[in-house]
Design a protein around this ligand. Structure first.
Ligand SMILES: CC(C)(COP(=O)(O)OP(=O)(O)OC[C@H]1O[C@@H](n2cnc3c(N)ncnc32)[C@H](O)[C@@H]1OP(=O)(O)O)[C@@H](O)C(=O)NCCC(=O)NCCSC(=O)C[C@H](O)C(=O)O
Ligand code: MG
Length: 313
């Protein structure tokens, strides 16, 4: 019997401090929306060739998105191209076009096992030897949830270039036949399983979309919910969702102030050799120092992005 082994989780390393609060999908066949996205304050833009593009427009979308990436007018936005699954009539042509266009990342949909990432990474490695393109994985099938750990375990191997999970809650609801209730009762276990698998292997993880884009209060509540679960950000479908999402997924002023107090307290010479101290009457351990440094680093990265002189800030 061949026993498969899943690599052990690596020691925690400092995460790349790239804010991924707001990750906006843009249909690849909608040129006007692609132009609009360049003017929005989303941290990341997913140019989509998959679910938002009808079969008749797949080739047009591929051509348009590749041209847009080549034109390079996305400023400091992180640009991700979502391709069609490799087994579809468009998958391989999408992947080759994506590699030639050199987006920041390629988003692989319907990832159900580690082989989906390893196979894509091999194609990528042969064509992009400098490793400029990362891979993102959509976790959106029941098998993807079951295998989330095995898929996340691809992350530490630099050959796989895996950086981020995106949860596809629409596909998961479809496949599971669950109801999309307002408290996300059915969705929470999938989000939590995906999140812990991602974190165990040092990946970022982005929450699913909120379809009712005219319902501002429902959207805000779902952002808060995702943030409480530990998500780095949320995938979005409409420009109106960008600002509230950025606000909710940014560290608040109170969080930054508290983080700064913890960092300063541990910098005091008398605390240099202590594992636990008291700050304003609360017990603070060195694990809180690690958390505080992360909050400070993310806040700095967000400020740095805001300081870039671009029209959307
Ligand atoms: C949902 C929409 C079809 C609504 O479109 P529309 O009616 O055109 O909206 P508005 O008139 O309010 O638009 C106002 C302006 O904003 C631009 N716009 C709209 N959406 C976007 C966008 N996503 N990115 C950039 N710009 C956008 C319009 O062009 C208008 O511009 P202007 O006229 O110049 O002022 C539409 O919002 C839409 O198509 N959204 C994206 C849908 C999508 O990408 N779906 C696929 C991703 S979701 C998914 O697949 C999840 C996952 O896989 C899962 O399984 O869960
Ligand atoms: Mg999907």
């Amino acid at each position: 019997m061949v026993r498969r082994t899943i690599p052990a989780a690596p020691e925690p390393t400092p995460m790349a401090m790239r804010p991924r609060r707001s990750v906006l999908y843009v249909p690849g066949d909608n040129e006007r929306a692609i132009d609009k996205a360049k003017t929005l304050a989303a941290d990341s833009i997913i140019l989509d060739l998959e679910d938002s593009v009808a079969p008749a427009n797949k080739e047009l979308a591929r051509k348009q998105t590749v041209a847009a990436i080549h034109a390079g007018e996305f400023g400091s936005h992180e640009v991700i191209l979502r391709v069609n699954p490799i087994e579809t009539p468009w998958g391989m042509a999408d992947l080759q076009a994506a590699i030639a266009a050199v987006p920041d990342a390629i988003l692989v949909p319907k990832v159900s096992q580690s082989g989906d990432i390893v196979g894509t990474a091999k194609v990528l490695k042969a064509a992009d030897a400098d490793a400029r393109i990362r891979l993102w994985a959509m976790i959106e099938t029941p098998m993807g949830i079951i295998n989330a750990r095995e898929i996340a375990a691809c992350g530490p191997d630099p050959d796989n270039r895996l950086a981020c999970f995106v949860v596809g809650t629409n596909d998961l609801l479809k496949e599971s036949r669950a109801r999309a209730g307002s408290n996300r009762f059915a969705v929470v276990p999938w989000l939590a399983m995906t999140l812990v698998a991602a974190r165990a292997y040092g990946l970022d993880v982005i929450d699913g979309v909120y379809n009712d884009f005219k319902d501002d209060s429902g959207f805000r509540a779902e952002c808060e919910h995702g943030r409480t679960l530990g998500m780095d950000g949320k995938t979005l479908i409409h420009p109106s969702q960008v600002a509230p999402c950025n606000e909710i997924f940014s560290p608040s002023d109170d969080e930054v102030t508290w983080a700064t107090k913890i960092i300063k307290a541990f910098e005091q010479p008398e605390n240099a050799r202590k594992g636990v101290i008291t700050v304003e009457g609360r017990m603070v351990e060195r694990l809180h120092l690690v958390m505080a440094k992360r909050v400070a680093a993310i806040a700095d990265a967000i400020d740095a992005r805001a300081r870039i002189e671009e029209p959307w800030f």
